[in-house]
Ligand binder design. Sequence first.
Ligand SMILES: [Zn+2]
Length: 339
Amino acid sequence: MTAPGSTVQRAALALLIPLLCAACPKNDPPAQPHIRVTSAARSAERLRPIPTAFNGERAMDHVRKQVEFGPRPPGSAQLEKTRAYIVDQLKSFGFTVSLDEFIAKTPQGETKMANIIGELAGETKTLVLLASHYETKRYQDMQFVGANDPAASVGTLLEIGRVLGSTRDKPKVTYRLVFFDGEEAFCENWSDCGTEQQPDNTYGSRHYVSQLRARNELENTRALILLDMVGYKNLELGRDTLSTRWLQDVIWQTGRELGHQKIFVDREEGVGGDDHEPFLKAGVEAVDLIQLNSYPHWHKADDTIDKISAQSMKIVGDTVLASLPKIVDKITTPPTGKK
Ligand SMILES: [Zn+2]
């Protein structure tokens, strides 16, 4: 304890007073240049276009819309409505939209499917794909609306599309937003039916890879970022073990730089398979952002909108958008050193 007016205190005060008064205004008005700099900076800011930010509420509107359509399995009228909605949204963001339609041979017979592709042309034909599946798993006896699987990843992807489409300058690479049909198995479990060559899952992504190959676009396809179940209010993303490590590292590090170290965690997320697998097999580097094992409502009737949070989708959207320039830099910079 120190007595009031002790030597130490007096000495400290004597040191402090000149320091404090060095900053005293002496009744002068605030320095003019300071004000001028501030106002000049403000008007310059006014001239620059305001960058569009990812809006979690908009992503939530997309989730609500899809859930309202009801269960949306492949070949259903509800999925057709969902498709029309996604196409309309993409067009309104300035994307060129096309459909990749095909007939899939499933354990339940031939089924009409369609992937949706929205393209934002860049300065080069180098392709970066951002994707999600958009159909729900078919259940005979369950009203399954898939708010997280897949409405939230579709909503997040659409909102990412709005932000990308709002930038005035042409992007360095060509972006494609791809919405896959037929990701889910028709049989109860992922590998109950089908064969290694013709699995009962990932119908749309496998077909799309075959299309890229047929059009000689596969080698231009330099990265795939896949979103799947990214809207849970208790969002936590572990590291999918199949994903390309450097892509995953860029996204995880960016997420942490944005303050989301509790979301982008290091535990392994065993997924088994997803729409990135056909791309990896074709030599395309790919990452899956997925919360599977810690999502308690997966493939259940209560995968409903109350489990979804606008904030979670914003975290994923912001992180993916902030990662894109780093990913584009990495894939467009020629390797140095050896010729
Ligand atoms: Zn699913």
